[in-house]
Design a protein around this ligand. Sequence first.
Ligand code: NIG
Ligand code: FE
Length: 425
Amino acid sequence: MSTSFKTLVKNAKQVVLVCRNAEKYLTKNEMQSLAIIENGSVVIGHDGLIKAVGPADTIESQFKGTTFDQVLDVSGMCVLPGLVDAHTHPVWAGDRVHEFAMKLAGATYMELHEAGGGIHFTVEHTRSATEKHLLEELKSRLERMVRTGTTLVECKSGYGLDLDTELKMLRVINSAKKSLSIGISTTHCGAHAVPKGKTMEEATQDIVTVQLPVLKKQMASGELQVDNIDVFCEKGVFDLSSTRRILEAGKDMGLNINFHGDELHPMNSAILGAELGALAISHLEEVTDEGIAAMATSKTSAVLLPTTAYILRLSPPRARKMLDSGVIVALGSDFNPNAYCCSMPMVMHLACVIMKMSMTEALAAGTINAAYALNRSNTHGSLEIGKQGDLLIINAPRWEHLIYQFGGHQELIRYIIIKGEIVYE
Ligand code: NIG
Ligand code: FE
């Protein structure tokens, strides 16, 4: 064993591992009691990976005489895995604060969309924005996410709806990934809406025969890195057969299926996703019992987004029914110009209050299960030997303060560590 390591985080009041034994995800019963070490320490190596995690005295004797680049004594504080945000739309220009006022006055999400606002408004502004501007905005949003504990995030395109702008957005995500330490999973969401002037059939054809083939070439040449394919499967947007066509085309080129379904209307999206072996389906406010059963048997995860239900005053997704049925439940912020929230602690709090999840369930959903939804649970989402050294350290005597406190998390969070490096203190 090397005698020099990057970081020792020692004497934490609690170290919340979330899980051990390299579980890929947790279901309801395992989510009830997470693995926790009272008085613990964590060792991270120069490769950014966790080398040891255990009781403080055991680690102390095990590593006697070894040197560390940095030692953080976190007595009285709690260590958790970095949070994972499984669903965001963070690349866009032009906020929609005016629409928030309209929604407060009674306009629905779809009324605004059909009147040419909503996603269409953001598309117009994003198409005309420069790549430099979009990158600056994205970087500052991602830094904000890091400050509330997110160390891995899914980022979608989807405000271009044409080849050039979708590629521009994906390049922006790829550049942010290169220059920031936060982990990123990249999603092509060219089927986020039917662009003005096109029919759904034309838009579907454009994605399958124009956008995806170009993407495939750029992925093969190493110009772009993309992980997932997404479609907004919704009444008045993409129907089930267009959704199937686009998702199958994405899957054929090696992308993970991770799409929006059953949000405002029951669309049988969950049944389709389960059949296609989707890794994740987001929203699911209107999923049927059959859809839940299909997801439970297929191991397709449900990415629940309490911010959307809250802001649009929708009935929240039936998290309890999904958990009781054995569905893998994950969480995401859905950060976008409609749901302007980039804080996973706020999301976990809302998940507990409006979706009746327990705090342990919410933490598992915002760490290991969110990592599973992004196909990253072998490297992220829990504090286990060999996983990435991404840690969130809070100045509180019990880890639950992260979820119990409603806002003010920047004061609560003492350190954020990514790959053993302190990125915020
Ligand atoms: O996940 N529902 C579709 N897409 C986003 C909203 C995007 C937008 O309104 O700009 C969502 O909530
Ligand atoms: Fe979304």
